[in-house]
Write a protein that binds this ligand. Sequence first.
Ligand SMILES: Cc1cc2nc3c(=O)[nH]c(=O)nc-3n(C[C@H](O)[C@H](O)[C@H](O)COP(=O)(O)OP(=O)(O)OC[C@H]3O[C@@H](n4cnc5c(N)ncnc54)[C@H](O)[C@@H]3O)c2cc1C
Length: 513
Amino acid sequence: MTVDRRSFLAALGAGGAAVLAGAHQAAALGGGMLRTGAATSVDAWPTRARVQAHMPPDWRKLRARLGSRLVLPGDPGYPVYRLGFNELNDGHRPAAIARCASAADVQACLDVARGHGIPIAARSGGHSYLGYCIPNGGLVIDLRLMAQVRVHPDGTAEVGAGARLIEVYAALARAGRLLPAGSCPSVGVSGLTLGGGIGVLTRKYGLTCDRLAEAEVVTADARLLTASPGSEPDLYWALRGGGGGNFGVVSQFTFKTEPAPGLTVFSLGFPKGSAPAIIGAWQEWIAKAPFELWASCQVAGGNPPTPRLVGCYVGGETAANRLLDRLIAAAGVRPSSRSVQPKSYLDAMKYMAGCSNDTLAECHPVSEGGRLPRESFVAVSRMLGPRPLDAGRVTELMHGHAGVDLLLDSLGGAVSQLRPDATAFPHRSSLASAQIYASATPANRNAVTRTVDGIRDGLARLGARGAYVNYIDAGLPDWGHAYYGANLPRLKSVARRYDPDRVFAFRQNVAFA
Ligand SMILES: Cc1cc2nc3c(=O)[nH]c(=O)nc-3n(C[C@H](O)[C@H](O)[C@H](O)COP(=O)(O)OP(=O)(O)OC[C@H]3O[C@@H](n4cnc5c(N)ncnc54)[C@H](O)[C@@H]3O)c2cc1C
């Protein structure tokens, strides 16, 4: 999600947290059936590789190369290394976690583990909503040790596939450069980039995947390839929005960065009941806004729902305030709170991440010595536009759903300057991604899932088609077309070419769409 969840809750204050708690209790009373595929299991794993040899991989061979960096059940680090960001996936128990330090380690993993009928997946930041990076009974190719960021004098940056966003931002900021990317500091650069990468600088500088100049990729047959405009161009195309885990394991990205200018961040609260006016005005306003402006319109469900606006402007405070005044005038609603602050690039990224008062070390997961807890949630998406939705009916969808947030993160601007088939990310004419997010526990997961799915389907009925692959959704009926649109056939053919035996199979691998 683009403005980090913790900043959203912080701005809502204790009231927001209380609303969430109430919602969970209410949802827990609902009970219900498990959503199919909500957790990936080997049984649910549809792959040709499964019919191959059923002998387990010889982990001793991999241990000979990785030593204690190969973590097996029973090893001291296993209870921590097996976990992803979303606690709802804590039931996943991989057969092995290989903590790779180089592309050659990744190649060794594939040499040892492929062809044994177990799922194999890469893990960068571990934020896959459904835990597709921690396949149950499979091998996790963990890339966290490959987190180096090197910025060259020409402005290109080589980024190791295991880097978290905060590490990328910090290294670029030291060099006076920026990369448009997402909000949550612990999200991995890999998953984010491979699915697109929406963030507060997206309208000005494009998606993260639009800045990808080159990727080093280990393919299913353990070859190390370079994907760039001049080398493996189909793979290069697919890696820019075609989704994590589908084509090979990226070991390193090279991005085109930009000089980092001064930014202005803002956050506006609006009174309960003003959601129709704010959503309506926001849609018109952001569609016509300069590329420098990015704004997320967020609606907390309730009786009635409450809107809020957070965002970032590439430029100074005065110009940002002028633009915000225009929105307020168009909506005819006075904000109940308004904060507009100039910030450096790194401070703006920390603000959006909800890490403003943290050191860089603190702005990391607890498991790495930082302060960021994991979360337990269900989230799904649709894409808005290009035509605006009926704001009143969008608000109705959120009515009565305390604890559920609708996050409308703007697109357009630089994103719309590319054709839908220029990269694998197809949503070039979308106004925004619409994410429906709710905290959940194992006990109320089914009820919460039904609620967010209902809102998602309601948005689709209003005209919001498509979905964002990075908000990967096990219950999305039309997931292949929703994520990839008309790019789906080409993506399937790239997946078939680079992974003909479905070594990287998982339930929503593009090859199965
Ligand atoms: C709190 C939170 C905030 C978020 N904010 C944003 C946001 O602001 N903008 C946005 O666009 N998205 C956002 N997302 C969504 C995020 O982009 C996706 O969840 C993304 O897939 C996470 O990437 P990861 O590397 O952390 O996850 P992982 O779980 O490690 O990977 C995700 C998928 O990619 C595969 N993969 C990982 N590394 C590689 C690799 N090197 N090569 C090939 N495949 C790989 C995995 O196997 C898995 O299928 C957010 C998610 C969360 C949980």
